[in-house]
Design a protein around this ligand. Structure first.
Ligand code: FES
Length: 122
């Protein structure tokens, strides 16, 4: 994909976040804040047979934060907890396809970190 296409994809996820909302009876939840700006993401997970069977999220953040969360959550739905716990910012960068400055990496990383935190807290 070209840079332009990656940017359009990102804008689309920002405007129409996938899996946005709340969930009744999640098996795991977590809420994390990006301390450098105060933005935050809350996730609701449903884990079944060691796999992430469903995910919903709510968040307040910049375009990179929310678009990255939307793309990451779409990507990890259905994957094993073991697989998800090994992901890092480089996987998020590959998904969004845009090179990020260190402070922007924090924005893009927030969604994944929130899910990993939810998994580790239970
Ligand atoms: Fe707050 Fe990006 S500026 S998450």
């Amino acid at each position: 994909m070209s840079n332009q296409m990656y940017r359009q994809q990102m804008l689309d996820h920002y405007k129409n976040p996938r899996n946005e909302g709340e969930m009744d009876n999640p098996t795991h939840t977590s809420e994390l804040e990006n301390i450098s700006c105060g933005d935050e993401i809350k996730v609701y997970l449903r884990v079944k047979d060691d796999k992430l069977s469903d995910i919903k999220f709510q968040g307040k953040g910049c375009a990179i934060c929310l678009a990255s969360a939307s793309m990451t959550f779409e990507d990890i739905k259905g994957k094993t907890l073991d697989y998800i716990s090994k992901l890092d910012i480089s996987n998020v960068e590959k998904l969004i396809g845009i090179e990020l400055s260190p402070s922007r990496k924090k924005c893009a990383h927030l969604g994944l970190l929130t899910v990993q935190n939810a998994i580790n807290n239970k």
